[in-house]
Write a protein of this length. Sequence first.
Length: 194
Amino acid sequence: MKKICLFFGSFNPIHIGHLILANYIIENTDMDELWFVVSPQNPFKDKKSLLKDHNRLDMVQLAVKNYPKLRASNVEFSLPIPSYTIDTLTYLHEKYPEYSFSLIMGEDNLNGLSKWKNAEVLVKNHQIIVYPRVFEETNKQYQYVDHENVSVIKAPIIELSATEIRAMIKEGKNVRPMLPPEVFEYLDGSNFYK
């Protein structure tokens, strides 16, 4: 059975931190592929700063083209909005019964996992790979951290944020080192985030 790891996000824009993390997971776990699932709308995020879905998908496709085990996925584009992870997983299991799907999430998301739609089902039926994040959290008592399907990995911590990158672009600052070269070229020739 092919093992697919799902990395959900708005990727607004995808940056080198995302690629470093994805590559680390592919090289240090038993996953066969990692799919960047471009989310049309995260129920917990404001939509006004989001680039159009197809622009964000284009950037992810450009970013992963030289990584044979990384893919861009638009699976959520055809699903009801807002997108809930459990609904996407149900759809993927029906469409690809020969694959097993795991999730990756930041340590900060693990803290709020109990608020997710059908969190118990999610954790019971899927492996969750948790990567470290730097964030202010006084009470690191995660509900699912000891669950057999949750594994915390020692991935490198890359303190880059798409929000910060968008702000720098708006201010006319150089963001070239923070983006995959193809994504930088794509944005450089546009008015995106300006």
